[in-house]
Design a protein around this ligand. Sequence first.
Ligand SMILES: NC(=O)c1ccc[n+]([C@@H]2O[C@H](COP(=O)([O-])OP(=O)(O)OC[C@H]3O[C@@H](n4cnc5c(N)ncnc54)[C@H](OP(=O)(O)O)[C@@H]3O)[C@@H](O)[C@H]2O)c1
Length: 268
Amino acid sequence: MSVFAYPFMRIAIIGAGKIGFTILSALNKMSNVELIATGRSNSTLEKIKSIGVEATTDNNYAVSSSDYIILSVKPQHFPSVLKSVKSWEGKKVVSVMAGIRISTLSSLLKGSKVYRAMPNINAIIGKSTTALAEERDETVEKIFLQIGKVYWVPEELMDAWTALIGSGPAFIAEIIDALSLGAVECGMPRDLSYNAILDMIEGTVELLRKCKHPALLRDQVTTPAGTTIRGLMTMESEGIKSALIKTIEAAYKRSAEIGEQIDRKLRS
Ligand SMILES: NC(=O)c1ccc[n+]([C@@H]2O[C@H](COP(=O)([O-])OP(=O)(O)OC[C@H]3O[C@@H](n4cnc5c(N)ncnc54)[C@H](OP(=O)(O)O)[C@@H]3O)[C@@H](O)[C@H]2O)c1
């Protein structure tokens, strides 16, 4: 009988790299959970052991002895994981690998129930915004709640999610850098402008959560003939909004393209 029948479960992380280890560390704080994680190098195994978790290079043992499996290797290393595991029968498998479709995974991991998760880098501080696809599962949700917020989405939204939420932190960092440099140009010290803008963004996000649409907040700040409208006019004439829309669209297309390439390779 599966250990999951008891108020206890065993979770295997296959590939405790950047994202796998982040998930592992968060799960390690949960009670009623036993963990095992895999890697190839000594340094990965030592890192796993350093937080008191069972470490192995043996993917087959990790999978066969666990109820839930989190697949967090790079897509190009997935074939080697496939070769190393004898059976996926009865396992619940959550793939965080970008691009590989549930249908492809299900056909390769025979007998398993497959889910996809797309977390982001903010998982490091427990603030990931993670998409889960596709059928709801309470335990899968509980696992990813340990690293932040969770949204269940249809799988067809995963590429848009990867663009907006996966790559999003990099886009936001770039925008913040530009705004901060703008203040430097106006004579403000870099550190002061950086810290001030981060605080301003925190406040703005809190306020935006109370607004139905960002334009409502914008209009409240926009005094006739004032400073904000002058800035907004510049944003408009420089095509900032259009550039940002295209940024997400380009990242979305690239995500879909990568997904198709990986899928084609795995199916061939
Ligand atoms: N990083 C993110 O923020 C993020 C966010 C969302 C999704 N993802 C997805 O998560 C996956 C992993 O990304 P990552 O950035 O965490 O990569 P990573 O740091 O390179 O981690 C991958 C891990 O897989 C291990 N590995 C490779 N082949 C293995 C095998 N055959 N058996 C066992 N372990 C194996 C590697 O072990 P060694 O170190 O010992 O070689 C490494 O620790 C990717 O598919 C990516 O698309 C990442």
